[in-house]
Write a protein that binds this ligand. Structure first.
Ligand code: GRF
Length: 201
């Protein structure tokens, strides 16, 4: 049985596309059973539909609190019997309740070598700091933003003359390889969140 996985997105969905491609391989241990999006008309929803994946779009606007919105996400995930969640450009911070509810089953990709450069405008942060190497990280989500235990990372050089856009594009290429590999590890049970740490088996 392949692990029923949901992908949460807010935007164009290029990481979603790479996860869909990986899951299309017959021996891949996960399948994407739901794409959840909080933005009407986001490009990633069309990507999911083109692949025949069920989608659910619910705007966060109109919910009284983060937790109320997260309870709507949780209901959609449970309705689809989701076992594992991959966030890929999902631009909402979760309530502590949601992070705890899905603890160990909630992954995110972030376009820096965490713990450096959390939050937004990540590539500009890297350029401003003058680092020569940046990259991307897949980690378990915990209540504190961009701070969960690291599952996998890839390094990417920062080149002279880079702008936030050119660096983002170079990092994104690595994201598209890293996320499927990290999902595979988790879906196969080769890495687990235990006592707040990523444990490799
Ligand atoms: C990626 O760079 C991801 O790391 C970040 O948001 C971006 C989403 O891009 N969290 P896409 O929607 O997957 O193309």
């Amino acid at each position: 049985m392949r692990v029923k996985t949901a992908v949460l997105i807010s935007g164009r969905g290029s990481n979603l596309k790479s996860l869909i491609a990986a899951c299309a391989k017959p021996d891949f241990p996960a399948e994407i059973a739901l794409v959840f999006c909080n933005v009407e008309g986001a490009g990633g929803v069309a990507v999911a539909q083109a692949a025949g994946i069920p989608t659910k779009v619910i705007s966060h606007r109109g919910f009284g609190s983060r937790e109320d919105f997260d309870r709507a996400i949780d209901a959609a995930l449970r309705e689809a019997n989701i076992q594992l969640v991959c966030e890929a450009g999902f631009m909402r911070i979760h309530s502590d309740w949601f992070a705890r509810e899905w603890e160990g089953r909630l992954l995110n990709i972030h376009p820096s070598l965490l713990p450096a450069f959390k939050g937004i405008r990540v590539h500009q942060q890297a350029l401003d700091a003058g680092v020569k190497i940046s990259g991307c990280t897949v980690h378990f989500i915990v209540p504190e933003l961009d701070s969960g235990p690291i599952i996998a990372q890839a390094a990417v050089p920062v080149l002279p003359g880079d702008t936030a856009e050119t660096l983002a594009a170079r990092v994104l290429e690595e994201e598209h390889k890293l996320y499927p590999n990290a999902l595979k590890l988790v879906a196969e049970g080769k890495v687990k969140l235990e006592m707040g740490q990523a444990v490799f088996i």
